[in-house]
Design a protein around this ligand. Sequence first.
Ligand code: NAD
Length: 493
Amino acid sequence: MQSAHLYPSARNWRENKPQYGHLIGNRWQDSDAAPIPVTAPATGHDFAWLARGGASEIDAAVIAARAALAGDWGRATATERGRLMQDFATLVLANADQLAWIEAHDTGKPISQARADLRAVARYFQFYGEAADKVHGEVIPYLTDYNVSVVREPLGVTAHITPWNYPAQMFGRTIAPALAMGNAAVLKPAEEACLVCLELGQLMVQAGLPAGALNIVTGLGEAAGAALTRHPGINFVSFTGSPEVGRLVQEAAAIHHVPVVLELGGKSPQVVFADADLEAAAAAVCKAIIQNAGQTCSAGSRVLVERSIFGIFTRLLSEHFAAVRVGVPEQDADLGPLISATQQRRVLDFIQDAQRDGLPMIVQTPIPTQLEHGFFVPPTVFGPVPADHRLVCQEVFGPVLAAQVFDSEEEAVALANGTEFGLVAGVWTHDGARQQRMARCIVSGQVFINCYGAGGGVELPFGGTKRSGHGREKGLMALEELSTTKTIVNYYG
Ligand code: NAD
């Protein structure tokens, strides 16, 4: 493997097709294998190259991480780790415009969404940086002349495999708590979009991160990702992506008995009762499936509407969908393209299947013809959709909403829980007792009442049940997932 500093100058980013390397032990390295082209979803043009890492680069990254734990990073105090993370957050904010521009072109998302994502990265590092030295142990009353303490320790080398829908936010969500607890991390971001992760890696080095505390290897999932999950030198895996790959990740991690946190998406329902503020609910339901072109694990991809208001509510919803502005990132519209031609085809197939099956189309917002080279998909609402239809049961990961109808609270709960997923749910009603009943009966990791936060803020524990995965990210709970305890029993008699 040749050693080269491949980090491109941000100033010539527009002119050149930069080639990005792997960040291993604070050095940029290339791979011998042919690089992977990076395509702009808004135009379909290639504009950068990613290094194609595999087992040997993963091995080098794990060795670098292990060395960091035995060296400066392992010796750093919690306060020092926290300060470094906050310095990094300051650097992210100082470079936010440029980073957001890269993120927007890499993913196709509207520039204001990309800016919000970069602010979220800074917030993750502030939150977990501040928390780093506030995770304390316990003293347990035990037998006479015994002192028993429970101390929290890092897991060791943590592996992180992230998807393409929110590359920047995922970096913050998974790397910040890992570093706060003193782990050394190896990140394998998604090959479809991850330039911002490499740029953030460069800023971490600039912030003073000791070599090997964070390593980033790019490459295909089945090569670099698979090599990481079965590497004997890792102590933990965090994976966000599809349920199918999540299962492979869990199987590979089981070879070495490594704990896994899986976040595998959802089919999240919003339940709208007749007494709700229908205008507020319609606006939120539209936003929850339009955001990031529906490519959000916690997208509100189903709306369950009480029969007596189905007509009026879907009319309100249609008004919101008709007003959705579609455009390339610089136009800062409401909706951008999907990530790739593959995802575009996949989502269009869902729409065609629904039409072929005769599902009523409530509204479809057309895509302007000048955008035909990008991977755009028209925002579409179908309904009522039967509970056993593919559009209700499967994650579409695009701007397609399935509306369902219910007659009673019991039926609403049954429909809400009627898929294999359980990530997030929304409930819209002014009836306080019903709010409580619904929140308790819906099986999911988060329930929003008269609001919908698509995963919510950094402070809120997030994660799924059932096929949506297991384990929790965000909030202080993430620090528990990313650490272990040691019980020390001291007899002093
Ligand atoms: P994916 O699960 O294939 O990819 C997610 C990550 O896993 C990427 O970094 C990828 O390189 C890596 N990966 C792939 N195969 C691997 C393997 N065998 N071992 C280890 N890592 C591997 O997801 P996708 O193909 O990019 O998207 C497919 C579907 O997954 C989407 O349509 C959507 O339904 C779902 N998805 C969900 C999320 C989410 O946030 N929950 C994100 C992206 C995609």
